[in-house]
Design a protein around this ligand. Structure first.
Ligand SMILES: [Zn+2]
Length: 428
């Protein structure tokens, strides 16, 4: 006979089983709040880490199956499926299927677990294993009608996993954590993910080969998030823009209306700050032309937003800097082989340009020396186009030729990495 006690004990045993088999999940598994309900057929979870279970179902399966089911729900939580679905405005029924594929193909591989026979698996639908949910979502949407029918029929394996997998809170969920409705709030969830990621990598170090590679990659991404270069470039240019806007309340660009009163001394005027932007483009070396086209398109978008009136001056640099021009069409940019590049020449040319740009974006493969000190009145954002691993060489013996008439007394030919005073972004 089933009693509440026996079902609760089953859930507790499932948790203990997970902690024994996968100790690195301990921090997360004890944050999940079990909730018995007859409104779902098997297990589900909400975005606040409440794990709902049907008592009859839980009673009918082994402790190991229950543990694997709980791990499945935990997978949705750790992988942030709810957030990934919501941010991109995806349809949660289909994203639930995609998330299940992402989780189940890993669980099925782990022979000491017992994934239910009815659990859906990408192979059952002729799809490759090892994809991420967004990739499965795309494949599922290509066969939308077929999967819609499976969802509508509520076929085994196609049951809703709850708001942990995406979409709004379901009617059987408790809603925001408050009072007795305990739950894990999003910022706490982030901390739990960090602890699990750290524990998982520690465990993997002590027990080589014991943790699936996908999980190690997940943990690495949680602890070392890779922000897309587009976001970094945009935010660093905007940050410099905001700083410049704050500083340039007084500008010499427009004459002060009371200028006559002050005679020969030119007074700054209060202007609506719109910093000029220069782009210094390295046309030598080994930059990937396709990637460069992407970077230029991104820079064009950023500068259009920030400096629509002033436009952008572009300086193409190999050993010399070309006169400022509007070059955003990558077809107009001729990439030359070999060395001899000096981004300092381009930065100096931007500095001499009038009106002087206040932000200088340097796009280079990094094979260049750099000026020792920051140009006055100009912030520099350096985009290293290419792989971070293919790092720049020591340029101590690098051939540098300065055009006549240009002197760069502060040039330092020693260091091979971009200067501290510049904001550097690695683009690859
Ligand atoms: Zn699921």
């Amino acid at each position: 006979m089933r009693t509440i006690d026996s079902v609760e004990k089953k859930f507790a045993l499932a948790r203990a089983c997970i902690v024994k088999l996968r100790p690195y999940y301990s921090a997360a598994i004890y944050r999940m709040v079990p909730v018995a309900t007859d409104e779902i057929l098997t297990l589900a979870c909400d975005r606040y880490w409440r794990c709902y279970y049907n008592p009859t179902y839980l009673e009918s399966v082994s402790v190991l199956t229950a543990a694997t089911d709980v791990l499945h729900e935990l997978g949705h939580l750790l992988q942030r499926h709810e957030n990934r679905c919501t941010v991109h405005g995806l349809e949660h029924g289909f994203f639930n299927v995609a998330g299940d594929f992402e989780i189940n193909d890993d669980l099925r591989e782990q022979k000491d677990l017992d994934l239910s026979k009815t659990a859906i698996h990408p192979k059952h639908y002729g799809m490759p294993v090892g994809l991420i949910a967004e990739e499965y979502y795309k494949l599922v949407m290509e066969r939308r009608e077929e999967f819609q029918a499976l969802l509508d029929a509520n076929k085994p394996g196609f049951q809703d996993c709850g708001s942990c997998s995406g979409g709004k809170g379901r009617e059987w969920e408790y809603g925001d954590p408050s009072g007795n409705a305990r739950g894990v709030k999003p910022h706490e969830a982030e901390r739990v993910r960090n602890v699990v990621a750290r524990d998982l990598l520690n465990y993997a170090r002590k027990n080589p080969g014991s943790v699936p590679g996908d999980l190690e990659r997940w943990a690495d991404e949680i602890l070392n998030p890779k922000v897309p270069w587009q976001t970094m470039l945009r935010s660093s240019v905007r940050r410099n823009y905001a700083k410049r806007a704050g500083m340039s309340d007084h500008s010499y660009r427009m004459p002060n209306r009371r200028q006559d009163f002050y005679g020969e001394v030119i007074m700054p005027a209060l202007v609506d700050p719109s910093p000029g932007i220069a782009v210094v483009l390295d046309t030598s070396g080994s930059m990937d032309a396709t990637l460069l086209a992407e970077v230029l398109a991104e820079v064009r978008g950023i500068t259009r937003d920030l400096s629509p009136d002033d436009g952008v001056s572009v300086f193409c640099v190999d050993a010399d800097a070309t006169p400022a021009q509007q070059v955003f069409d990558p077809k107009q940019v001729k990439l030359l082989g070999g060395g001899g590049t000096d981004m300092g020449v381009g930065i100096a040319a931007a500095e001499r340009h009038r009106p002087r740009p206040e932000i200088c974006i340097v796009l280079t493969d990094g094979y260049t020396p750099w000026p020792k000190s920051q140009p006055s009145g100009m912030d520099v954002v350096v985009g290293i186009v290419g792989s971070k691993d293919a790092h720049v060489p020591n340029v101590a013996n690098y051939p540098v030729s300065l055009p006549s008439g240009i002197s760069l007394p502060q040039m330092d030919r020693g260091p091979d990495k971009p200067p501290e005073w510049a904001t550097t972004i690695y683009i690859s």
